[in-house]
Write a new protein. Structure first.
Ligand code: P6P
Length: 308
């Protein structure tokens, strides 16, 4: 008997409003998946607040999600990685949603997998809160298959989009082993001047670990989720990324929630990712995420590696 996303969410015992919101997000993902496979891969001729050129798909994906978050009437505040400020949606909305509409979109022209990432809080706004206040986290991966992976704090579960447009349960309550043979050394350029990072990468290589890194956080973390674990690292690199490249709100918090619910860990060298207080919507942080003992080792090796 196949288990579909809606009934799995119902069995999780979450409020109907949160279940409906996640289903609206799942629907937005189907439209984005279609756009990727049929749409314009070109540049939009616009740029985001970081001055990064936006692809037509970036803009379209962002609009699809924004529209769904507004028509569902369940969201009071939303913020997109592609836009500067917090959007006020519906005053009666119960939830606040932070999302990265198309993470890794620069990879889409080379046909690599990319994804959309969502972090859901109950109540208005984000600042002053931490990732521990999330009530749900989920991501869609647009690859050879389209999958949706979510947690509401009762394990981490994956669903696969089937031929009739339903998300069907493919992996329930999957877990990460404490150690792993895989490593994903992000921001490897930092190893040039960061001797501790270089030594750690050398240790991974000397230890015979298998490299798995695509440049897209969604498939790179998803790979760890599928292979029983791994370690994904993205350390800081002055002057370009003194506090790391990845965003706390849109990428690190949701993946930290998903990883911890799968028995893994996520840390920034100073504290667990989900203990970092959200001060600014687009704040960045280093991140070391994956198998618990592997994350612990990175913190031991780099822990004094304060964001510069
Ligand atoms: P680099 C994609 O642009 C992204 O935001 C993440 O998905 C990914 O993990 C990271 O940046 C890759 O960064 O420096 O390897 O290009």
């Amino acid at each position: 008997m196949i288990k579909l996303l809606d009934s799995h969410l119902y069995d999780a015992g979450i409020p109907d409003s949160l279940r409906h919101l996640i289903m609206y997000i799942a629907r937005a993902g189907k439209y984005i998946d279609h756009a990727i496979k049929t749409g314009d891969l070109g540049v939009a001729g616009s740029s985001n607040l970081f001055g990064e050129n936006q692809l037509a798909l970036d803009v379209l994906s962002d609009k699809i999600i924004e529209d769904n978050l507004k028509i569902c009437r369940l969201v009071s505040h939303a913020i997109s990685e592609e836009k500067e400020g917090v959007m006020e949606c519906n005053p009666q909305g119960k939830y606040s949603v932070a999302y990265d509409p198309l993470d890794g979109s620069s990879l889409v022209d080379s046909n690599l997998a990319i994804g959309s990432i969502f972090s859901i809080f109950e109540g208005p706004g984000f600042e002053g809160r931490t990732g521990r206040n999330q009530v749900a986290a989920l991501y869609l991966q647009y690859g050879p298959r389209t999958t949706l992976t979510y947690t509401v704090g009762k394990g981490t579960h994956e669903f696969t989009l089937n031929d009739v447009g339903e998300f069907s349960l493919s992996r329930e309550s999957f877990k990460l082993d404490p150690t792993s043979k895989y490593f994903a050394p992000g921001n490897l350029r930092a190893a040039k001047d960061n001797a501790k990072y270089r030594a750690l990468v050398d240790e991974w290589i000397d230890g015979g670990k298998t490299l798995r890194y695509s440049g897209g956080m969604v498939p790179d973390v998803n790979h760890m989720f599928h292979k029983g674990g791994g370690i994904f690292a993205y350390p800081p690199l002055a002057p370009k990324y003194p506090n790391g490249k990845l965003r706390l709100l849109f990428e690190c918090n949701p993946f930290a929630f998903l990883a911890e619910q799968a028995g893994g860990a996520a840390h920034n060298g100073q504290m667990d990712i989900m203990d970092i207080v959200i001060e600014k919507p687009h704040q960045r942080t280093p991140i070391y995420i994956g198998s618990k003992d592997e994350v612990k080792k990175v913190v031991e090796r780099l822990g004094s590696n304060q964001p510069s």
